[in-house]
Every structure is written in structure tokens, then in C-alpha cells.
Design a protein around this ligand. Structure first.
Ligand SMILES: Nc1nc2c(ncn2[C@@H]2O[C@H](COP(=O)(O)OP(=O)(O)OP(=O)(O)O)[C@@H](O)[C@H]2O)c(=O)[nH]1
Ligand SMILES: [Mg+2]
Length: 442
């Protein structure tokens, strides 16, 4: 069956100098002819065009048309791009005109990218990289997304898959021809192959969630007793009144999050409820959320008032390499050191030592996220599948010595998980979920 020809505004919605309307599918050429009343433009050459309504001949706008005959197009189908003036009325009129051509309809979210995937123009990891590139707001996000879009992550996964297939072939050969004198014992050949793969996967997983943090943000949680000045500290870091400050202990109940960009990396700083025996059920829920957020965070910023001892509940929540700060340094001149946590005296009120605290946080974030090395896991979906593959290999390796048939199934499970990463195999169930979350093609 001939696929529908899909139409969408490819540039951002709203008023703009230029808007780009993209058309993909077998009727794309008909759309260009119907709107311009002339032959198709030369492929991939910007061609000036007067666009008019197909039925009435009414003039709609002057612009540029681009014609990408299949397969050399983004989707692999015939694609037309109409560059018109970016006013909402112009865009609406041009889209209406394209939809009057038979076989066309509006695209679903992500549908252009989905067609590109289905026509083998990009694999799933590359498509995710493209979606991230469109969403990238910081320099680090842009670099990471571009690498993934260009296939750096896919190359890693494809290499693993090829090695798994090689190991599976060795194992299957031994199952199929058990009596043949194979040159090496199976365990000797497939064993090291699988072990080195499991080690590579382990290294890939053991990355402090760097790729996911660059994509979704590094998470810092501010925790400490009530009235310590946590909300004031958040506001000072954010340079706006994000959280309510008052001298009543127990003011903050919900987790209040602010997004910052430090050293080019996205960072979420969360202010939380003060840790204490709660006075009521709502505060108890606030404390529960505070502890949960602290646990999830990449870094906890413990806060105590200058001169006060940090309570046991706070010290129990802090982990090695976390930071402890004394607030309200303007009230007191002494500064104590608390064991392994370097203590910092700051004042949200006067701004004292705030630049130092900010640069310390910036260094922390850059140290963790800033190592430019091999392509990294960027999504929980990838982590899940790589973990699944590694677990299968770890089951398979010791089984090899018992016989090939004991290891074969788990090696297949591992290859299957890795194949799903790039969408080489069996991802029908994932596609709707993945592509509907893409904002391109909307
Ligand atoms: N002098 C001085 N007062 C401060 C400073 N930071 C906060 N305060 C005051 O301390 C009180 C408590 O501040 P908050 O920021 O609301 O404290 P909190 O830790 O968020 O408190 P809860 O939300 O109740 O847990 C307020 O009256 C603030 O004005 C500071 O650096 N210097
Ligand atoms: Mg507060």
C-alpha cells in the first residue's frame, strides 16, 4: 500500500522570519506542482517560487522550494521543503493548500524521524541523538547529542553485537557438530570473547551516569535541619526568589527545584524540607521526600547554621565526597571543621563566599561530567538493555565449561538486548513510545 504523504511545520511555531514546511511521501512532487503550477525544481537546489492555492489559484506567498527525490532525503522518501514567510496566517494557508492535494495528511509527532528509521536512514540510537540535538540547551548536551546523532554510540553497540554473533556462531557450531574435532576447545575460544565483552559493558555502565546527567541534568540536593537557611541558599544560587523563606522552622514542605547551567552542564538544585521529627502528616511527607531526593541526588549539600553542630540525621544522610556548608556566616565568625566533610562558611544574606561555593559546585560538576572520552550511555533505556546483556553474559560464561547448549540461550539473550539498542531487531513494541516523545516533526 502506498504510504500517506505527511505534512508538518518543521520550524518552531509562532511568528518568525522564515518558516519551513516539510512534506514527505509519494505525493510530495504533486504538492510542489499543485502549489506552484510549474515543473518540479532541480533536486536539492533552492528555487524561488510563487505559491498559490491549488483550487482557486489565489496567491499565498513567495518563497523557496527544495525538492529531494527519494532515496536521497531525510526520510528516504520523496521530500519537499517549502520555505515561506513565518507568519502564522501564511503557514496555515500553505499547510491548508498542501493538505488539499490527494494522499496528504498532517504528520504525527516524530513521524518524519520514524520514517527515516524505517527506511534505514538512521538507527534508533541515532534517532534518539537527533531528538536530543533538537532539545539541547547547553553546549555539553549539543556535543553529546551530535556525537550520538553521527552514530558514535551505534558504532559501539554494533561492535558488541558483531562480537556476540561471532561467539554465538562458535557455540552453535559446537552444538551442531559435537563430534567434529574442532581446533580449539570451545570454552577456550568463546570464553575470552564473552569475558572481554562483559568487561566492556561493565566499563560502559560504570560511568557515574555521565551521559544521562549531561542529557537530563546533574542533581544536587540541599538538606539540613529546619531554619538552617536552605531555601535562602537555593535562592542565592538561583539568583531569584524560587523558594519561600521565613523564620518559622518547617517552612519548606515540597521539593523546590531550580535549573542552573554550570560549566556548560545542566544542573538541578533541589531545596528540601528541614529534617526533624515532623509536627504533622504534611511535614512528615515533606521529610520523606527530602530524604528520597537526597538519596537520588548526585551530590548532597548539607547545610547547618554557623555555630550549630550538624545533627545525626543529617550526617547519616551524607555520603563520602558530599559537601557540608555553614550558612549565616555573617552572624558568627568562627568556622568549625566536621571530619571528612570540608566545611564552608557562606552567607546568603551578604553573599559572602557564595562565588566560592558556586565555583566549587561548578568544579564538581565539570569533574564528573567533563571527561570527554568514548561515547556514553545517554538514556535509561540503554542502561537497562546493556545491564540485561551483561547479566546474560555473566550467566553464560561459567556455563560454557558444562557444554555449549548451556550457554547458547544466554548469549542469544545478550545479542537480542544489544540489537534492541539500535533497533536492528524486534523493537516494534518500543517505537510508538520512542517516536511519540520526539518533538521534531510536530
Ligand atoms: N543573617 C542571616 N540570616 C539568614 C541567612 N540565610 C537565611 N537566613 C534566615 O534564616 C531563616 C530561615 O531561612 P530559610 O532559608 O527559610 O531556612 P530553611 O532551612 O529553608 O528552613 P525550612 O524550610 O524551615 O527548613 C530566615 O529568617 C532567613 O532570613 C543568612 O545567610 N544570614
Ligand atoms: Mg526552606
Amino acid at each position: 500500500m502506498k504510504p500517506d504523504t505527511i505534512v508538518a511545520l518543521a520550524s518552531g511555531a509562532g511568528r518568525a522570519g522564515v518558516a519551513v514546511i516539510r512534506v514527505s511521501g509519494p505525493a510530495s512532487g504533486d504538492v510542489l506542482r499543485a502549489l506552484s503550477d510549474r515543473d518540479l525544481p532541480k533536486p536539492r537546489h533552492a528555487t524561488r517560487m510563487a505559491f498559490c492555492a491549488p483550487n482557486s489559484g489565489l496567491s499565498l506567498d513567495d518563497g523557496i522550494a527544495l525538492w529531494f527525490p527519494k532515496p536521497a532525503s531525510f526520510t528516504g522518501e520523496d521530500v519537499a521543503e517549502l520555505h515561506v514567510h513565518g507568519g502564522p496566517a501564511v503557514v496555515a494557508a500553505i499547510i491548508d493548500a498542501t493538505l488539499s492535494v490527494s494522499g496528504t495528511r498532517l504528520a504525527e509527532p516524530g513521524e518524519f524521524t520514524r520514517r527515516a528509521f524505517e527506511n534505514g536512514k538512521l538507527d534508533l540510537a541515532e534517532a534518539e541523538g537527533l531528538a536530543d540535538l533538537v532539545d539541547a540547551e547547553t553546549e555539553a548536551q549539543r556535543r553529546q547529542a551530535l556525537r550520538q546523532r553521527r552514530g558514535a554510540l551505534s558504532a559501539v553497540y554494533d561492535d558488541w553485537r558483531a562480537r556476540l554473533i561471532e561467539a554465538a556462531a562458535l557455540i552453535e557450531a559446537e552444538i551442531d557438530f559435537p563430534d567434529e574435532e574442532l581446533p580449539d576447545a570451545l570454552a577456550q575460544r568463546a570464553g575470552p570473547l564473552l569475558a572481554s565483552l562483559a568487561a566492556d559493558m561493565g566499563r560502559h555502565l560504570d560511568d557515574a551516569h555521565r551521559g544521562e546527567r549531561i542529557r537530563d541534568g546533574y542533581r544536587i540536593a540541599i538538606i539540613g535541619p529546619p531554619n538552617a537557611g536552605k531555601s535562602s541558599l537555593l535562592n542565592a544560587l538561583a539568583q531569584r526568589e524560587a523558594a519561600i523563606v521565613s523564620d518559622i522552622p518547617g517552612t519548606t514542605r515540597d521539593v523546590v527545584e531550580v535549573r542552573l547551567v554550570l560549566a556548560g552542564y545542566p544542573v538541578w538544585i533541589a531545596d528540601t524540607a528541614g529534617l526533624r521529627e515532623a509536627a504533622d502528616a504534611i511535614e512528615a511527607e515533606g521529610v520523606r521526600r527530602a530524604l528520597a531526593r537526597a538519596e537520588e541526588a548526585d551530590l548532597r549539600l548539607g547545610v547547618v547554621e554557623a555555630g550549630a553542630e550538624p545533627p545525626a540525621s543529617l550526617m547519616a544522610t551524607l555520603q563520602p565526597n558530599d559537601l557540608l556548608v555553614q550558612t549565616k556566616a555573617d552572624l558568627l565568625r568562627t568556622s568549625a571543621a566536621y571530619g571528612e566533610y570540608g566545611v564552608f562558611g557562606v552567607s546568603a544574606l551578604t553573599g559572602e563566599a557564595m562565588p566560592e561555593l558556586l565555583s566549587l559546585l561548578t568544579r564538581r560538576v565539570a569533574d564528573v561530567l567533563g571527561r570527554e572520552e568514548a561515547p556514553v550511555l545517554t538514556r535509561a533505556r540503554h542502561r537497562r538493555l546493556v545491564e540485561e546483556a551483561r547479566a546474560a553474559l555473566e550467566r553464560a560464561i561459567p556455563m560454557l565449561s558444562r557444554g555449549p547448549e548451556f550457554a547458547a540461550e544466554d548469549v542469544r539473550v545478550a545479542a537480542h538486548a544489544i540489537g534492541r539498542l539500535t533497533g536492528r531487531i524486534d523493537v516494534e513494541d518500543l517505537l510508538d513510545e520512542i517516536f511519540s516523545s520526539f518533538c521534531i516533526g510536530k
